[in-house]
Design a protein around this ligand. Sequence first.
Ligand SMILES: [Mg+2]
Length: 192
Amino acid sequence: MIRSDEKPRVLIDLDGVVRDWVGSLVRVYKQKYPDHEVLPVTSRALEEFFPIGEEIYRFVDGQHIEDIMVNAEPYPGAVEALQRWEAVFEIVVVTAQPPNWRYANFIWIGKHRIPTNEVHICFQKSRIDGVALLDDFVDNLEDFAATGRLAVCMDRPWNQEWKGERVKTVEEFFRLVQYRLNISSKKVPLEK
Ligand SMILES: [Mg+2]
């Protein structure tokens, strides 16, 4: 096992990367409004996709945030990839959350055994030390790339305008960083 302080630090966003926040929101919404048709979410303007329009923000923030966060599913394979690559990289969680949303994050991180020693709840992710960032929000990627470090986009319908590096899975992200840092594949545990 390589010591934490010797491993390259990589920054990992949660929502839209590891945690299917939008899927969880749709699930909770459908429980309340089973007859409503939710359109595929292709931007952060949630009011365009949920029939209650602007009310969606009150639905999330005021009433259902705990359920949406705590009971969100991870994307398939995402947690397994983090657990596998922890042998090579120091995994640092960086997630932007309003104050009220913070608590459920820690529950979710524990519930899904996210292998991290460090969680940052912050909006300016580029201020955190790390060689690479995996995120689904273009503003975060642009900020981070402007510091000269590797910004990698998790491919989602709402970030198609990003022109830089793009991956479809967490596993693919780690392989890319491994390649860029020239890390021997001997260090990487075999896939189960
Ligand atoms: Mg995100």
